[in-house]
Write a protein that binds this ligand. Structure first.
Ligand code: VGL
Ligand code: ZN
Length: 201
């Protein structure tokens, strides 16, 4: 048995969205096909309150792209994105949602960001993802989605630390590349941690 985890395929991460990932739309067809190959399909959603701490607009004097410190953790200042219930937070319209049986919302706590589908960035609070997978008896995870250098990266690293066997579908992920080597470094880090990289470019 194996599960597919679709990370944050939401309008705001597609070209034209608030936090557009270059070519974010190019992976959707592939993800739709991948869904047919696994027993369980689970999707995560970045799901922020309007006053979320990761938005530059909520931190006086900061600009998008700055890094500040919140609770002694570095926090990148993002544009407002994936506000709960907004169009930008909705699944991409091209994404086939019929096989998705579980949706995990993350980033809902206004004081802390959450890149991983499992834990917030402080690793204080957990989503229901680990529990749901345990209930399904799934230990093999296949991961795809957005963005390679943030939510995909931390979801993969947490999955491995929790003991899952992780395969990353490189043809079904895209990254932000705030700095030019971010995606390359993220792929390297995930491989070093023990993920199997499929269709590596
Ligand atoms: C993400 C930045 C901020 C992601 C979410 O889904 O990778 N990146 N929030
Ligand atoms: Zn976010």
């Amino acid at each position: 048995m194996a599960a597919l985890i679709i990370v944050d395929v939401q309008n705001d991460f597609l070209p034209g969205g608030a936090l557009a990932v270059p070519e974010g739309d190019k992976i959707i067809e592939r993800i739709n096909h991948l869904q047919t190959e696994y027993e369980h399909v689970i999707a995560t959603m970045d799901w922020h309150p309007p006053d979320h701490c990761s938005f530059a607009s909520n931190n006086k004097g900061t600009n998008v792209g700055d890094t500040i410190e919140i609770d002694s953790l570095p926090q990148i200042m993002w544009p407002e994105h994936c506000v709960q219930g907004s169009f930008g937070a909705s699944f991409a319209s091209e994404l086939d949602i019929r096989l998705i049986t579980e949706v995990i919302h993350k980033g809902t706590n206004l004081d802390i960001d959450s890149y991983s589908g499992f834990f917030d960035n402080h690793r204080k609070n957990e989503t229901s993802l680990h529990q749901i997978l345990s209930g399904m008896n799934e230990s093999n995870l296949n991961i795809c989605g957005l963005a390679t250098d943030y939510c995909v990266l931390y979801t993969v690293l947490d999955a491995i630390s929790l003991g899952y066997t992780v395969r990353l579908h490189c043809d079904a992920i895209r990254g932000v590349n705030l700095h030019p080597k971010d995606v390359e470094n993220a792929l390297h880090n995930m491989e070093q941690a023990g993920a199997t990289l499929l269709e590596r470019p």
